[in-house]
Design a protein around this ligand. Structure first.
Ligand code: 5AD
Ligand code: SF4
Length: 445
């Protein structure tokens, strides 16, 4: 068998796309290798959400140029969001690339490789798939993979929201939902392969089903449907959009035991003027009202979020509103970013007037604020028992510690593996310490 090396940057959608490419290539005679030097085919699945992500990719290619120089038969492909955004222009910047494949063409990876081998010409394949339906054809005879207790399932791709800072609508195209029956079938397969937790994926999962499905199913109905599949022990989804949160979705948290009491709901800012120029479609008050309802119906709920600091025109006091907002909500964790202008986006036309050192200083203060909030949340667990879905041994070599996550998505490290626990088991752990977003303790047997 030939060998393929795949490097993946960015979000879980990209991880899922890389898995998909691996599977399709397996059927064309490629086995995945973790050694780039041994590969006949090198794929870099890219991200362009922020400038930093892009820089990393260009420096990676700088570092692998010698492999192509040493062996011109090695095929090199760049896939994912940067492929979509930059297309053919990438051939100027990385002249030894063999092909560029946008995220809408993940399904065509074997054909792209074949065509390059046949024609010996570089190929760019990044037009959008205009077909209304989003279907992932079943491929039989999957390669045997180590079963992970948590499995990702794509339910929707693209985004129609066009927040002014965000490149996703340009790299991933319009929102397209996948037929519910196809999703249920994939969940059943994953459960049969040993998955215990299903994580629904999409740039905007809770826009699921809004249009284009042959059999209309709303997002909350999909959750109830998955909850009926035997063997699904935990259900979560990421990432969601405040404007698409419905009362029925909030009710699902109260109704469904397997739906974990953790919601990742990107807020981006805690100031109404900034939210408006970001074109987020909601105010701080609307966000707070959602959360109040959720907390009333599901008191055990924890929230996490995404925050951007240093958006064009953001004043010191507008930034401080974000800190106050974070305190008010009491997020258990946040992904926090300095704003960077992205190609094609409306905000790229705005004056990027917050100086870089100010952005960095605001980011630092946001990180400190979140660390405090995480600590406060974490201390609530001290002396209590949490349920952990075991992923395996903690990373340190020779350690007797095991790791997993609780329903609220805290990493939990615990001792007690002498009891013969393994990945996929759910155990109770008594929490003795908290550091960052990690809880530490002992298994309760
Ligand atoms: N600059 C900084 N952060 C961004 N994000 C998206 N676009 C940008 C940008 N141009 C962040 C948002 C989003 C997360 C995935 O990445 O917070 O929710
Ligand atoms: Fe980007 Fe999310 Fe806004 Fe869509 S909703 S444009 S993915 S930030």
């Amino acid at each position: 068998m030939k060998q393929v090396y795949i490097d993946t940057f960015g979000c879980q959608m990209n991880v899922a796309d890389s898995d998909r490419m691996e599977l399709l290539l397996f059927h064309s005679g490629y086995a995945r290798t973790t050694h780039m030097e041994d590969a006949d085919l090198i794929l870099v699945n890219t991200c362009s959400i922020r400038e930093k992500a892009e820089q990393k990719i260009f420096s990676l290619f700088g570092g692998i140029k010698h492999l192509k120089e040493a062996n011109s038969d090695v095929v090199m492909g760049l896939t994912g969001c940067l492929a979509q955004q930059e297309g053919e222009r990438l051939l100027k910047r990385i002249p030894f690339l063999d092909f560029i494949l946008g995220p809408d063409h993940v399904e065509h990876i074997p054909q792209a490789v074949d065509r390059v081998l046949e024609t010996q010409q570089p190929l760019t394949w990044n037009d959008f798939d205009k077909q209304k339906n989003y279907s992932i054809p079943e491929v039989s005879g999957q390669p045997q993979k180590a079963t992970h207790p948590s499995a990702f399932v794509n339910i929707i791709k693209g985004c129609d929201k066009f927040c002014t800072f965000c490149v996703v609508p340009f790299t991933r195209g319009r929102e397209k939902s996948r037929e519910a029956e196809e999703i249920y079938a994939e969940v059943r397969t994953l459960v049969n392969q040993g998955a215990k937790e299903i994580i629904l994926l999409g740039q905007n999962v809770n826009a699921y089903g809004k249009r284009g499905l042959e059999t209309p199913v709303a997002f909350h109905e999909l959750l109830y449907g998955i909850a009926e599949i035997p063997g699904v022990e935990r259900l979560r989804f990421t990432t969601s959009y405040p404007g698409d949160v419905t009362p029925e979705l909030l009710q699902a948290y109260a109704d469904l035991d397997i739906l974990v009491n953790h919601l990742h709901l990107p807020a981006q800012s805690g100031n109404n003027r900034i939210l408006q120029v970001m074109r987020r479609g909601n105010t701080v008050e609307e966000y707070m009202a959602l959360i109040e309802t959720l907390k009333t119906q599901t008191p055990d709920i924890e929230l996490s979020t995404d925050i951007i600091v240093g958006f064009p025109g953001e004043t010191e006091s507008e930034f401080e509103d974000t800190l106050k907002f974070m305190e008010q909500v009491g997020f258990s964790s946040s992904y926090m970013f300095c704003y960077s202008p992205r190609p094609n986006t409306p905000a790229a036309e705005f004056l990027d007037d917050v100086p870089e050192p100010v952005k960095k200083e605001r980011l630092q203060r946001t990180i400190e604020c979140q660390s405090r909030l995480t600590q406060i949340q974490g201390e609530k667990y001290l002396g209590k028992e949490v349920e952990v879905l075991i992923e395996g041994h903690a990373t340190r070599k020779g350690t007797r510690f095991m790791k997993g996550r609780n329903p609220h998505y805290w990493q939990v490290h615990f001792s007690g593996d002498e009891n013969g626990f393994g990945p996929g088991d759910r155990v109770k752990v008594r929490v003795e310490a908290v550091s960052g977003h990690t809880l530490r303790g002992q298994a309760v047997v």
